[in-house]
Design a protein around this ligand. Structure first.
Ligand SMILES: C=CC1=C(C)c2cc3[nH]c(cc4nc(cc5[nH]c(cc1n2)c(C)c5CCC(=O)O)C(CCC(=O)O)=C4C)c(C)c3C=C
Ligand code: FE2
Ligand code: FE2
Length: 345
C-alpha cells in the first residue's frame, strides 16, 4: 500500500529557552545546516551560538506562539488534515527537527500497512539545509529501521506551473486591498558556500549577475536560481512591471557571506530612498513561522517605519489554503496511479 509523509522544518516544543536550546542544538548540529567539520561545529554551535541564541530566539517565539502551539506546526497539521480529506492515500506529517520526528512519521505509515512512501518536503526550492537533509535522514532511517520500505521523494516543485498558479493566486489575493509601490520577494537565505557545494557541475555557480539566468544542469540543485526563477514566474503571471518588484534573502546567521541582497538592509534602503508603501511575500516558506511572523511582519515593519515608510503589507504563506491542499492531493494521486517519475517529473 502507498502512503505519503509531509515534512516540514519543525519548531521547539515550547517557548521555554530550555526547549528552544534543545531544538536549536539538533537543528544547528546538522552538518547540512552548519557545514563545517564536526569539531568546528561543536565549538561554534555548543561553544558560542547556544550560549546566547536560545534566550533571544525564545523571546521571539513568545511573540508569535499560538494557544495551540507553534504556528508552523499548527499550520502544517491543518494542511495535513485538508490533504487527507482530498486523497484516499494515508497521509502522515513529520518534522526534520524536534519531537515530531521522521521516524515516528514513517512508523505511523508502516503501522497502517504502508509499504511504499512518497515524502513531500514542504519546500518549493531545493536547499542542502532543507530538502537534502530530509532525503538523507529518511534514507538513514529506512536502512536502519524500515529496510523493506520503498521510499521516494517529491523534488523541489518551484517551477511546476500549477504551483506557480496557486502561489500567484495567493499573492494576488494578499495584495487585493493593499496599497503598495513595490513587492519584495523575501526568501530564507543560505551561506553562499552552500550554493557552490550543491553545484553538480562544480563550475557553474559563481553567484554573480549571470550564472543563475544562464541555463545549466546545476540549477536542479541551485537554491539561488530557484528563488530568482520563482520570483520571475510569479511576476510574469501577475504582470508586475520591471522595477516594481525585487528579490532578497533573510534570516542570515553568523559571519559568512550569505545570499544577497539581505532583506533587512533592503527594507531600510527602500524606506530611505523614499518608498512609502511596501508589500512583502515569502515564497520559500510554505507555512507562516517565526521567520515570517516575527522577522518580517514585526521586525521588518519596524525597520520600514523607522526610516519613514508607511504602509507595510505582509502576504501570508500558502498555509492550509484549499487550492494548495488540492494541489498536493493531485500530485499524490498522480503518484498513486502512475510511476512517480513520469507523473511529476
Ligand atoms: C525555507 C527554507 C529554509 C532554509 C533554506 C533555511 C536555512 C537555514 N536556517 C538556519 C538557521 C535558523 N533557521 C531558523 C528558523 C527557521 N528556518 C526555516 C526555514 C529555512 N531555513 C524556518 C521555516 C524557520 C522557522 C521555524 C519555526 O519554528 O517557526 C532558526 C531558529 C530561529 C532563530 O533562532 O532564528 C535558525 C537558527 C541556517 C543556519 C540555515 C542555512 C544554513
Ligand atoms: Fe532557517
Ligand atoms: Fe547561479
Amino acid at each position: 500500500m502507498k502512503g505519503v509523509l509531509l515534512v516540514n522544518l519543525g519548531s521547539p516544543d515550547s517557548t521555554n529557552p530550555k526547549d528552544v536550546k534543545k531544538y536549536l542544538d539538533e537543528f544547528l548540529m546538522d552538518p547540512r545546516v552548519i557545514d563545517v567539520p564536526r569539531w568546528a561545529r561543536i565549538l561554534l554551535v555548543r561553544g558560542i551560538i547556544l550560549n546566547t541564541r536560545p534566550k533571544k530566539s525564545a523571546a521571539a517565539y513568545q511573540k508569535i506562539w499560538w494557544e495551540e502551539g507553534s504556528p508552523l506546526i499548527v499550520l502544517s497539521e491543518r494542511l495535513q488534515d485538508k490533504v487527507k480529506q482530498k486523497t484516499t492515500v494515508p497521509v502522515a506529517l513529520a518534522m526534520r527537527y524536534g519531537s515530531m520526528t521522521l521516524q515516528k512519521g514513517l512508523q505511523e505509515l508502516v503501522d497502517q500497512g504502508v509499504t511504499e512512501v512518497l515524502t513531500i518536503p514542504l519546500y518549493p526550492q531545493f536547499a542542502m539545509a532543507t530538502t537534502e537533509t530530509i532525503d538523507v535522514k529518511v534514507e538513514e532511517l529506512r536502512k536502519e529501521f524500515f529496510p523493506q520500505l520503498e521510499v521516494s521523494s517529491l523534488p523541489a516543485f518551484y517551477k511546476k506551473p500549477e504551483y506557480i498558479d496557486v502561489l500567484s493566486r495567493s499573492i494576488a489575493e494578499g495584495l487585493e486591498n493593499a496599497d503598495y509601490e513595490h513587492v519584495l520577494f523575501s526568501y530564507h537565505g543560505v551561506p553562499e558556500r552552500h550554493i557552490r557545494k550543491s553545484d553538480i557541475t562544480k563550475s557553474h555557480c559563481k553567484i554573480d549577475g549571470s550564472c543563475c539566468v544562464t541555463a545549466s544542469e546545476a540549477h536542479k540543485y541551485c537554491y539561488r536560481h530557484q528563488c530568482l526563477d520563482t520570483t520571475r514566474m510569479v511576476a510574469e503571471k501577475l504582470n508586475l512591471k520591471e522595477g516594481t518588484f525585487s528579490t532578497s534573502f533573510q534570516s542570515r546567521l553568523g559571519f559568512d557571506p550569505w545570499l544577497q541582497p539581505y532583506t533587512d538592509r533592503t527594507i531600510e534602503r527602500m524606506g530611505l530612498a523614499g518608498t512609502k508603501k511596501l508589500a512583502i511575500v515569502t515564497p520559500a516558506f510554505v507555512s507562516d513561522c517565526l521567520e515570517t511572523l516575527e522577522e518580517i511582519a514585526m521586525e521588518g515593519e519596524e525597520i520600514f517605519h523607522e526610516v519613514g515608510g508607511k504602509d507595510f503589507t505582509v502576504v501570508p504563506c500558502l498555509n492550509d489554503r484549499d487550492d494548495f491542499a488540492q494541489l498536493l492531493a493531485d500530485w499524490i494521486d498522480q503518484w498513486r496511479l502512475k510511476d512517480l517519475k513520469t507523473a511529476i517529473a
